[in-house]
Design a protein around this ligand. Sequence first.
Ligand code: KG4
Ligand code: ZN
Length: 343
Amino acid sequence: MRILGIETSCDETSAAVLSGPCIVLSSVVSSQLEHLEYGGVVPELAARAHLRQLAPIVQIALDEAGLVLDDIEAVAATQGPGLIGALLVGFGFAHAMAWARGLPFAAVNHLEGHLLSPLLTDADFEPPFLGLIVSGGHTELIHSPGWHSYESLGSTLDDAVGEAFDKVAILLGLGYPGGPIIDRVAAAGRADAWAFPRARLGPGSLDFSFSGLKTAVRVAVERRRVDRSLAPGSPLPASDQADLAASFQAAAVGALVARLEQAVTTRPVSRVVVAGGVAANRALRAQARALCDRLGVRLHLPPLHYCGDNAAMIAAAGARRLEAGASWPLSVAPVADFGQLPL
Ligand code: KG4
Ligand code: ZN
């Protein structure tokens, strides 16, 4: 089955063509630059940029796969969660294309896309597995006992971990998007320079919280400015930025890996998936790998280009559902809220 996938849930416009759920024929991701000057994604700008870019990007994906539209046998698109205006553009485009051409259509949960992204690279990937989704919108620990079966074990009670990276980067005056910048700047800093809190939410809890950590960084930044007799809001020296970034990253990654260890050691799983934009973080990758080696479980860690939002993972998850016999009514529509979109 040659399937076209479309992803527009946030600020990446992406299209991909796969042959079945595992063979990627093309994968095109265009990250919107419209939001840089605002220090965060502006929903209306995102929707408009998707509208401008989607048709050309689908054409590039077809060209790179060496195919024409008539070769496409199924279409998949992200149904949610995400920004509703952004979702509407990609979902409406894909749904209309499938309907007009009489093709099977798959409405894909974005989080299932991240969880099943190892399909794109690891030939032996299959449930049962434990998934840690870490992105700008989500921090979720999920157990998957079988295909398309999911049990939520824990999630963030406040900020998503990627959101914490982005906000801390702004606090440190490092710019946006913060995750990759903190990853880079932290490499020059001392992770033990500051002892930031790693929230533990009661014995046995697999939930996360990052707002206290973010506040602790803000207080530390202000204290450092006072120590150095700097005016409020003025930039800190690069060595302070690096130490604060490294100490923040150590606390955030430490909290993720601690919960992952707790989940793996209390459940009978032999596979772990770490996925989502923050899975690109070098400290998280190294610590997740060390943990899984130590516990003797197989770690599925997508390559960097499949960590962030991409349509290849959406096409893979959609193809897998269609192969399993799933279908969606003509009335299917995008959904912004995770709570209203069960996995
Ligand atoms: O999965 P994704 O592309 O979009 C969402 O679904 O949110 O994740 C984007 C998030 C952003 O918060 C970004 O700062 C973060 O992933 N991110 C990183 C790194 N690369 C991207 N966070 C930490 N370290 C990185 N290297
Ligand atoms: Zn995502």
